[in-house]
Every structure is written in structure tokens, then in C-alpha cells.
Ligand binder design. Sequence first.
Ligand SMILES: [Zn+2]
Length: 343
Amino acid sequence: MSFSDFQEQKEIAAQLHHSLERGRLAHAYLFAGPRGSGKEAMARTLAKALNCSEKNHDSCERCDSCRRVEEGVHPDVYWVRPESKSRRIQIDQMREFMKSVNLRSSMGGVKVGIVVDADCMGEEAGNAFLKTLEEPPAQTVILLLTADPQRLLPTILSRCLRISFGPITAGVTSSYGARLSSLLTRFSTTPEERVSHSYRLLSELTTLLQEIRSETRARVEAELDLDRYEELEPKVRERLEDQMEARIEGEYRAAREQVLEEIYSWFGDLLLCAEGADDQLLAHPDQATTTRRVADGLTSPQACRNLEAIEQIRNALSRNISETLAFEVGLLKLIPKATTVAR
Ligand SMILES: [Zn+2]
């Protein structure tokens, strides 16, 4: 893709193109934005533009250099990304990356070092990498790509020029939103049914997440299409497969986070209703009638504890606790309305 091909991130493409033409490119950029917002494609185009033989400050898509960047085999363009299912960028990977970035350019152009999912650098890898950012090698541009900039060391963030990529797609909640809200609005039960109800909610949510996972897998597999490389060395193939697994895991987690965000905002609305807030204060005012029906009889302390239970699920998942366990523990803490207790 050349800069003019970016329909969705036009301003960013124009900004980078402009900086290139004026020779004002920064040493290091942070491309921050959700998955699927075009960060990797933009990084690739910038790497091509910096090395293109036609020297038009853009990618010609034809020359040897542009083609090599596209195929991921350009000797002066280095990529590092999480390779295992743990989704960590290991310290050894980072050392190797920094060594390459500090080498002389082998084709005489500008070296480009790209860290995909830079938030997956642990503290050790991050601190080691900091040295490269503090004393950037000559004729080198570093690009850090992340969907979660808050997880990067502040010292790293402060040394990069940040470019924010807005989302392109409406995300997972657009396709699953309706199902999710119908599932949630059934969260109206008596204390006697509490446990069985929580388990039903758990099983339906689990099914939904499994569907999202397999859909993510199918989409990434189709996109990367590893079968198109017929004669790959087993080792290379294995590495590509590891990268693919890491990407599936990353995208799935981003989608799961959206689902949890949706659940959280819905339980937030329940709390607002319990406190007697007006419809327009709700996150989903269009569902106010249903939300009010479910909130009827729920006290604010109860609604508040329910919201905390959802927050605990999120915290547990961010600490890599088993998904099923996190949901089971969290959902069982949900308190139904208490009005029917004394019968
Ligand atoms: Zn070119």
C-alpha cells in the first residue's frame, strides 16, 4: 500500500508523508490504536517509503526494496512481535532486535525497527530497549505498535512521538451486542434461583466467548493463509504458526475485553437505575425500560456489589487467571433483587 491507499487513516498517512518529504521524521513513533486500525500496514508503508528506489517519499510497490519489505525479507527492516501463546516479547528477542537495529544498513537506506504489540515487552525487555531509544542509532526509525499504550513504561512513552489510530470497525459488540444484551436482561431472578441462574448466565457467556474465539481463529487463519507457502522449512513454518497463535490470542482477548466492557456498562446502568437516575444518564438509554424492570427492587449497595463482581472478573482475567474460573467466581457473586426474600 502507498500512503494514498489509506482511506481509513488518511490524516495519519498524510502526516507521515509530509514529515518524510520535509526530512522531519522523528526517531521513534508510538502507533497507538485498537487492533485492526491499520497500524501494521502503516508501519510497512513507512518502511517502504523510507527505502524505495524511486525516492518519492512513498512506496512505489514495484521496486526490489518495496517488494522485500512487503514480503518481510528486507535486510534493513526488523520486526519483533510476541511469538508464543504467553504473548510475551522475550528479553532474548529484544536483544536480537536491538543488535540488528544497531548494525550498519546493508542496503544503504534507512533502517526501520518495528515492535508489534510493544505492550507485550516485559519490564526487563522494556528496560533493555530503553537504551536504544535514549541513544537511537543513526539513520534509524523505531516504530512501536500497541493497542494498550498504558501498559508501556512511561520512560518509553516519553521518548516516542505518539500517533493515535482510531478504530476502523465497529468491533465485536456490533455483531454480538444484541445477543449479549438479551442475555443480560434476563438477569432478573429470585434469590432461590440465584445459583442456577448464575450458572445459566455462565454457560451462555462461555458459549458466546467460544464462538468469538473460533470466529477470530477462522478470520486470522484465512488472512494469513499459511498454506500459500508450500515449501516452507519446518522451523520457519513453526515460527509463523507460533506468531499466528499469538495474534489469535491477542485479538480474542481484545474482543473479550469489549464483551466485558459491555457487561460492565450494563451493570453500571443497573446501579444508576437503583439510585434513581434519569434515562439520559444511562450508557444505554434505548434499553432503559428493560434495565429499569431488572433493577426494580435492587438496592444501590446490591447494585454496587454486582458492579464490583464484574470488575473483579476483569481484574482476574488481566492477571491471566483461567477464564472459566474468573467468570464462575465473579458471576456467582452477583446478587439478585432481595424483595422476594421474606415470603
Ligand atoms: Zn519502491
